[in-house]
Write a protein that binds this ligand. Sequence first.
Ligand code: NOJ
Length: 550
Amino acid sequence: MSDRWYSEAVVYCLDIDTYADSDGDGVGDIRGLIGRLDYLARLGVTCLWLHPIHPSPNDDDGYDVTDFYNVDPRFGTLGDFAELLHQASNRGIRVIIDLVVNHTSDQHPWFQSARSSPDSPYRDWYVWSDQEPADRYQGMVFPGEQHETWTYDRAAKAWYYHRFYKFQPDLNTTNPAVRDEIKKIMSFWIQLGVAGFRMDAVPFIIERTEPGDPNPELDFEFLTDLRQHVQWRRGDAVLLAEANVEPDNLPAFFGDSGGSANRLHMLFDFMLNGRLMLALARQDPEPVVEALRDTPALPQGGQWATFLRNHDEIDLSRLTAEQRNEVYAQFGPEEHMRIYDRGIRRRLAPMLGNDRRRIELAYSLQFALRGTPVLRYGEEIGMGEDLSLDGREAIRTPMQWSNQPNAGFSTAEPEKLVRPVIDKGEFGYEKVNVTLQRRDRTSLLAWFERMIRTLREAPEIGCGSTSHIDVPMPPGVLAHRADGPTGTMVFLHNLGTADAEVDLSRLQPEADLPVDVLADRNYDDVGKLDKLQLSGYGYRWIRLCRSWSH
Ligand code: NOJ
């Protein structure tokens, strides 16, 4: 593995509260997670991304923090957390945590103090306006659930700014004291042993917000500063950021100093996510080809994080309205499967009609594309969603471990569970669970293990360059390659239903002993690469050549 471990990582994200409950109170906890580390190690995960772990009133699933220097008491203690880091490290797993510093909860003592008086030492830690700002109704991130971005606070006798829900007042990151505090928070967790942060809402963190200005300037130097700070504290710490902005604006988030990224190491590839959804919906790889072509070149050390599903709705805002409707028609046809016009609140397996071939195809494609793959808990066993729950909660149900009561997640009475387990239909825990799939060598879980192992044997996918192989292709088929110091991999993915034959003989001169290393079924040997068979929804990962001398 190279020093840039994050380029070859397999990231798995989870909410502690819905993963595993060790003490039977109905809420998942750190000790429960520690008990599942062997499962994650076997799956091949090398980095865990934990959703917010801090104390919180939980009005936004922990993205509303009341104390940045502690863990939510429902999850355990700081001691438990240190033990988690130790146990994870023993298994070669790094841990990164969500850092949510664009805003706090309105219950945070800082905000409580700030609102209480203009003389509070924390007053200037938030963003205020004495008058009603002209942009009060602009810039909402959650239209439909959020009605304004400036709210009048009676106690403060002033308006405060919030990009997100009104219980999430934005921190004033132009204030040097706030900047210092953010660095202190990062130092604290790095000192405990985290390998980095998933930074929430980064474009908003660096806004120089002024009342009445809906398009404030962005202060990228603050990111340079944070990066330097983090790197001094831990050389290999990583910043993985959520910055869902127009592609042209992405390079500034990586930064570039003499050709090397000097701000964020990794960004989630939202553009690719939307294009993958469109490609799957159309059964046509063209949107992915476009995405590969259109994404800006990265400075050294910059890396994409790819994903199909995360803890939020599928955000299709980077697609045109027409494209969005195509995806909706296929994957979220009913209104209750969507959150207003913001996106689809479903997991992947039900979106793809629980068609095993299609699920494998989709994940094979995500993992074979450039970047570091991020997998959301439960996807590895093909969990479903519960659309009777509100908003994004639909995809935040407890992990399904077994066919024991509460899916083996908790021994509490069902009404005490943090969220109900899915217990009905084809995604009910009696049909979809880890224990069942563990025993079955043909299960989706077994497939994920195999696929991830194969990926880890092909580091050029993460750290090499990826390009579309632009030769005539049957409809629905994508061919791409990954080249790196370790050699070359070639990938075929058939997004359509018709069987196909692909001619890649022009790659023959580069091949040493070409061989399938992963495929949806047993195919004939790759031969001269001129008659490669590919089933409908099929995929083949072919090692073209291997360099042992890197
Ligand atoms: C982005 C997170 O992914 C989302 O879950 C959260 O609601 C907002 N940021 C606000 O923190």
